[in-house]
Design a protein around this ligand. Structure first.
Ligand code: ATP
Ligand code: MG
Length: 427
């Protein structure tokens, strides 16, 4: 074990002013009770880089049961390893007891490919540091003297803006293949390069992602694409040949050389990134409908050539595409129903008349489907004025809309009040 480097308060830029009040409370209470109390992980890394951290994780030598005794607002979670969650309103501070790395623990906890199945052996801080993934994620901020503890040469990596796995990269990816996706995510978010030794095994070990449970991959996919750096993540996933293991349909769509699909996907991810950065709400449904859009069309076309009606073909294509994707990443039903809505609505934008167009306007997922359609237009998938027309009609009063939808009829049939009541019911 190498000697850790202690960077005193005067020599780093982490100020308590930038640490969340509740995280500080947890650190101080643990410290006063005689335990070690440190911030670790993304919080320390981001503060050193002058980013604002997403969350603050605490590491301690107190056992979970001891943490629970100190905090009335605390719940223990996790089966594989127990963690303490300390609640402050909607905020959760996660407190993890130092754990030993797999090497120090007893046998029988890895599968054949080296994947860690169990790593719940408690240890000290100098054990804990080895189980972390990248050096820059293994920095500790000690509340005892406000110093930063660096076991791994992480400060140098921060300076060089590079991600480097702790230990032997092959082994670390085999233990947990999701680390390959984490490398991509941090490279995109921090604008770091991936150290040569850390990036090399990715190309060979990428297929190990096939063994990751769909629920975990779903969580990781959201972190990749809802981070505000989704487009950059896509490009890196393509570069490192990882995309096929999380979105095979999109991978094949991009590989096919269909430039309008590439443009569409880039625009869709760009628009999500922009929304994230503006603090606007986003939905996984939009991500999945964009990623699988090309496949749905290819499948539907195949069914039509086999004699299916357009609506049968679409129906079958949608269930094929979603059925295949959920074997890789789960998609919660509340989102997959919206994915279907967005897709089914696409052809309805061609109809600008009468009740059908009115009911499209009043559909509770109209906005998502409309955004999706405009991106398709912008990408050159069609060249009519659908986006402009549906943009304009939303700016009109109910009566003006009626004139446009039913040019033959001069008088509107129902009053705007009635229409808005109908809309509320639909929602
Ligand atoms: P962010 O929260 O900004 O996404 P983070 O680095 O805090 O990034 P988390 O997923 O919150 O990432 O994990 C907290 C810390 O736990 C990491 O910094 C790392 O030290 C450790 N960690 C998380 N996942 C893994 C993993 N798969 N393998 C090894 N260590 C991990
Ligand atoms: Mg974190």
């Amino acid at each position: 074990m190498s000697q850790p480097q202690r960077i005193p308060r005067a020599e780093h830029n982490i100020s308590r002013d930038n640490i969340d009040d509740n995280a500080l409370k947890v650190l101080y209470r643990l410290h006063r009770a005689g335990y070690r109390a440190l911030l670790v992980g993304g919080g320390v890394r981001d503060l050193l880089l002058n980013h604002s951290p997403k969350d603050f994780d605490v590491a301690t030598d107190a056992r979970p049961e001891e943490v629970k005794k100190l905090f009335s607002n605390c719940r223990l979670i996790g089966r594989r390893f127990r963690l303490a969650h300390v609640f402050y309103g909607r905020e959760i501070i996660e407190v993890a007891t130092f754990r030993a790395s797999h090497d120090d623990a007893s046998d029988g906890q890895q599968d054949q490919s080296g994947r860690i199945l169990r790593d719940n052996v408690y240890g000290d801080i100098d054990d804990d540091v080895w189980r972390r993934d990248f050096t820059v994620n293994a920095l500790y901020y000690d509340i005892a003297d406000f110093s930063v503890i660096d076991y791994m040469g992480a400060m140098e990596d921060i300076q060089k803006r590079q991600l480097r796995l702790i230990g032997d990269p092959q082994t670390r990816y085999r233990e947990d293949p999701v680390r390959m996706l984490r490398a991509i995510r941090f490279a995109a978010k921090l604008d770091f390069s991936i150290h040569e030794d850390t990036e090399k095994p990715i190309f060979e070990l990428a297929p190990l992602l096939a063994d990751i449970p769909p629920a975990r991959l779903y969580e990781e996919v959201l972190k990749l694409f809802h981070s505000g750096y989704g487009l950059k993540c896509l490009k890196l996933l393509e570069h490192y040949q990882l995309l096929q293991y999380i979105f095979p349909h999109a991978y094949h769509g991009l590989l096919s050389g269909d430039e309008s699909f590439r443009k569409f996907l880039h625009l869709a991810l760009q628009s999500t990134d922009q929304r994230v950065n503006e603090g606007k709400p986003i939905t996984p449904a939009f991500l999945f409908s964009a990623m699988l859009w090309k496949a749905v069309n290819v499948y539907a076309e195949q069914y039509r050539t086999q004699g299916a009606t357009p609506s049968q073909a679409m129906h079958q294509a949608i269930s094929d595409a979603l059925g295949q994707q959920v074997q890789i990443t789960s998609i919660p039903r509340r989102f997959s129903t919206v994915v279907r809505d967005i897709w089914y609505m696409q052809h309805r934008f061609q109809n600008r008349h009468g009740r059908r167009a009115r009911s499209l306007l009043q559909h509770n997922k109209f906005r998502a489907a409309y955004d999706f359609m405009c991106l398709r237009g912008q990408a050159g998938e069609f060249d009519d004025d659908s986006c402009e027309w549906w943009t304009r009609i939303q700016t009109l009063s109910y009566e003006q809309q009626e004139l446009l939808l039913n040019p033959a009829r001069a008088k509107p049939k129902s009053s705007p009040k009635k229409a808005s009541q109908k809309k509320n019911r639909a929602e």
